[in-house]
Structure formats: structure tokens, C-alpha cells
Design a protein around this ligand. Sequence first.
Ligand SMILES: NC(=O)c1ccc[n+]([C@@H]2O[C@H](COP(=O)([O-])OP(=O)(O)OC[C@H]3O[C@@H](n4cnc5c(N)ncnc54)[C@H](OP(=O)(O)O)[C@@H]3O)[C@@H](O)[C@H]2O)c1
Length: 290
Amino acid sequence: MTGAPPAGARRGRIAVITGTTHGIGRVTARELARAGFAVIMLCRDLDAADAVRREIERAVPDGDVRALGCDLAAFASVRAAAAAVRVEAPRIDLLVNNAGMTSARQRLSVDGFELTFATNHLGPFLLTALLAERMAPGGRIVTVASRAHERATLDLGRVRGTQPHYRAVAAYDRSKLANVLHSFALARRLGGGVTVNCLHPGVVATNLLPRWLRLVKPLFTPVTFDAERGAKTTLHVALAPELAGCTGRYFDENQRERQASRLACDVPLQESLWAASARWTGAEVLLNGR
Ligand SMILES: NC(=O)c1ccc[n+]([C@@H]2O[C@H](COP(=O)([O-])OP(=O)(O)OC[C@H]3O[C@@H](n4cnc5c(N)ncnc54)[C@H](OP(=O)(O)O)[C@@H]3O)[C@@H](O)[C@H]2O)c1
């Protein structure tokens, strides 16, 4: 991308979105390009991201779509990606924290945190902190959380190092609770000048669900969306004119505002997670300086 004009030179608004190589993010990136955004995709697999870029450019011939490397599970990679975004984007109108994963067995990130928590929460937390000062007035930050947050608990003493009794579902649920807690705490800090909202996209047949579950899911879940339908709430929260100024909310798969879980609304827990995440990611100085 060296020598390319800054993102947004041809198209007015700039969107940054994580995890667009598959699933909900791939559709969201395409539809943001169709809606007139210059789109910067942050992905850990640049070959796959490049294939998606070409696909979007076929669908939206005047699109401006760029791909940058970012492994959300590694703080150093997130920092490098944020620096690269700052070179490409003079301002950011929309940040979509979409990427997410699950891990069947307990694994640690290179920084020593449980991998699901590191990828789904700490990486996006750091990325958002590093890009917040680039957000344009009236800009939007949208995080793809999950209804799974409702059954989660969060013990901050158990997200670092190897822990007994690992359960993949519990680790995923905890990471999604962290998404909602982070979103609400950030909304409070940004005070509506830049809006911050999160959402549940529905149960969506993507790579996130194990293949066997994708096959049997329709048998016991009446509604399993495809990725096109799964991207609908993200796009609504990102684009709907009536949501200008709306902040600190959680939306469901039908684009309706919903009450998040009691724990997600617990302000002391939001603040404990914020303080720990800032300390662990090294974003403390940056955030205190705001
Ligand atoms: N599917 C559902 O039913 C469902 C329900 C509720 C919430 N969600 C949420 O929706 C979001 C999108 O998930 P999806 O269902 O579309 O899943 P998906 O098809 O598996 O896509 C996930 C995306 O995240 C990327 N990703 C994973 N780990 C990453 C890392 N370390 N660094 C950078 N990118 C990474 C993946 O990249 P690679 O190609 O490199 O793996 C992929 O592009 C997630 O936040 C998920 O938690 C999904």
C-alpha cells in the first residue's frame, strides 16, 4: 500500500474493521464499502484478506478497500497495526471490533493470557485505545459481542496463566461479557461525542461454530442465520441515521435495543476490567492522558 493516497481521499468516510476473512466480518466489510466507506480491514491472514479485498472490489467497483496485518492475540501486533492504520487514515469514522474466536483447549497468548480472552477482549481493548484519538466527531465504535455474555462470570484473577478446569464455552462467554463491559465503560468515557455500542448478531452459521454444531444447530435452534443476515445488526448499529448520538447500548439480532445482563451493567466490574485491561495491555498511560 506504500504510495497509495490516504484512505478516504476518494471516499468520504473511513471504517476500520477487524476479522473480515470469514463470516460476519466479511459481509460487513463489503456492505460498508457499498455504503460509501473506505474500508481498512485488520486481519491476521493477509492472503485471505487480499482475496476478500478483491471480492469486495468486484462487488463495489469504485470501492477503496485495504488490508493490514493484525493478530489480536498479540499486543505487539495490535500496536503495529494501529500505527499502520494511523498512517493510512487521517481520521476514523467507524471502528468495528468484529473478530472473535473460541478455543477447544486451553491455550495462552504470547503475552501470557488465556487465548480467547486475549483475542476477543484484550486485543480489541488495546486497538480501540490506540485508535480512539483518531475517531472523528460523531464517529461510531461498534463491538460484536454476544448473548453468550448473559451466562458468563468474570474472575480477573483467572485470565492469566494456565488455570485448572478450563471450559471452552465458559472462556468464550467470559470474553463476550468483557466486550459488553468494555463497551459500556468506553461509552461513559467518550460521553457521546463518539458513540460506543455493542450487539448480539444472532446464532450465525460461520467458522466460529464447530462444523458438527453447524449441521445440527437448526434442529434445536429455530433460527440460525447465514452471514448475510448475521451482519444485519452490526450494519444497523454502524449506519442507522436514527442512532446518531445513541451510545452505551446493547442491541439484539433483530436490531432492537436490549437490556444487557446484570453483571454487564455492574459499573464497579466495568471499571475493574478497564483498569486491569489498561495495565495488562500497557494502554494505561495512553488512557490516563485522555
Ligand atoms: N457465529 C455466531 O453464532 C456468533 C454469535 C454471537 C457472536 N458472534 C461474534 O461475531 C463475531 C464474528 O464471528 P463469526 O461468527 O463471523 O466467526 P468467523 O467466521 O470464525 O470469523 C471470525 C473472524 O475473526 C478473525 N480472527 C480470529 N482470531 C483472530 C486474531 N487473533 N486476530 C485477528 N483476527 C482474528 C478470523 O480470522 P481467521 O480467518 O484468521 O481465523 C475471522 O476473520 C465474533 O466476535 C463472534 O464472537 C458470533
